[in-house]
Design a binder for this molecule. Sequence first.
Ligand SMILES: Cc1cc2nc3c(=O)[nH]c(=O)nc-3n(C[C@H](O)[C@H](O)[C@H](O)COP(=O)(O)OP(=O)(O)OC[C@H]3O[C@@H](n4cnc5c(N)ncnc54)[C@H](O)[C@@H]3O)c2cc1C
Length: 412
Amino acid sequence: MNTAIGIELPEEIAAIQDGIEAFVRKEVLPRHEKHEALLHNPRKKYTEEGRYSPDVLQLIREIRMASSEAGYFNMSAPESIGGSEMGLLAYYAAWERVFHVCGGLNWLGVYSISHWAFGPSPVLTQITERAREEILTDMVAGKTSMCFGLSEPGAGSDATMLKTRAKRDGDGWRITGRKLWTSNSPQAQYCIVFAITDEEKANKRKGGISAFLVPMDSPGLEIESIVKMFGHIGGDEGALLFDDVKVEPWQLVGELDKGFAIAMLGVSLGRVYNSARAVGLARWGLDIAFDYIAQREVFGKTIAEYQGVTFPLAESATEIHAAHLMALNTCLLLDKGKPAIKELSMTKSYSVEKAVKTMDRVMQVHGAMGLTNEMGLNDAWETLRSINIADGTNEILRRTVVQRMLKGDMDL
Ligand SMILES: Cc1cc2nc3c(=O)[nH]c(=O)nc-3n(C[C@H](O)[C@H](O)[C@H](O)COP(=O)(O)OP(=O)(O)OC[C@H]3O[C@@H](n4cnc5c(N)ncnc54)[C@H](O)[C@@H]3O)c2cc1C
């Protein structure tokens, strides 16, 4: 029970939080302990090309499948596609707990619940009946996964810059273009890809973008390279080439020319997820910082006695508490069917900015120890730093806040 929070979580959500923690302790942490050499040695974790090695992929699949079996994996996916439809407050609360427990080192925790871009989520309600028959059973069971191809080399924050085109071919289309930063693509079986289907509408910013479900082994689709970040020798983001990839009408996701709304739906779920990731990881960092400062002695006293050490941590604790409260409020609004566009933008940008700052402070109070691989603070910092960009940069989120306020949404 969190005694700092006055917003009472419904009983079933509190139970889900405890349940997912028990799941993580049973299925995720022991795998990390047993396969430490594989999961933390980059030479074993990645293939020469930079993809996760087959043994790592097997562990990821095992966790997804165990979570599906235990009833957590599809908790927030709609019932119509085989989920438990628990809503976003539950999604947030469960993810926050996963990251709080897993911290920076136990990175397989990311696969304990279906991530909106990698597996079942409200996005999949938009696929056709035939696509449901083809992909849902295995994806809900955690056996397969997917990825979300929106960004391109020349189109990130501004999706209207997309160069990928889907040209009519009989009653289907042929897709040509490049996608970049596509998370999970090196291990996915399917990609939801966004392409321009009506140039005129797209130029006027009035639709014209459509989404398609494409098997990753489709002729003409290849992963050109694995994107490497922060000095790593591998990664899970791919650069994709679509070269005249044939798609049939059953592969259209949602309505023709209205794919942008699907992209925004996905990205909004990502903002909830990343807000939870930020608060969970920051709380993990503060937990270990407070343990450390109470026992590390310098100049005859524990460093907990130096306000130069403790005040920055108090500031971070205040900010993370505020981020936590903001997120719970935003999820309550979203679960009531309110758009909460301003509130979600504020929540995600505030949470991740403050979490990056927190992790930096946690590293600082640990001295040199805070920079070692064995503490995992660098892993947490890198994750948090990257989500200042993924699913809407901090600047784009501020832009959204301002746009809403200029339209008269002045409630705070
Ligand atoms: C780890 C990671 C995973 C990702 N996974 C995926 C994925 O699975 N699928 C996918 O499609 N994409 C993915 N992305 C891409 C991500 O969505 C984009 O990086 C993001 O939208 C920003 O686009 P950009 O990198 O092209 O930056 P740009 O849009 O080029 O922006 C560059 C800079 O300019 C700023 N800027 C732009 N416009 C404005 C403005 N109007 N006012 C003020 N500042 C502005 C931005 O905030 C940024 O700081 C991922 C990114 C990362 C880092």
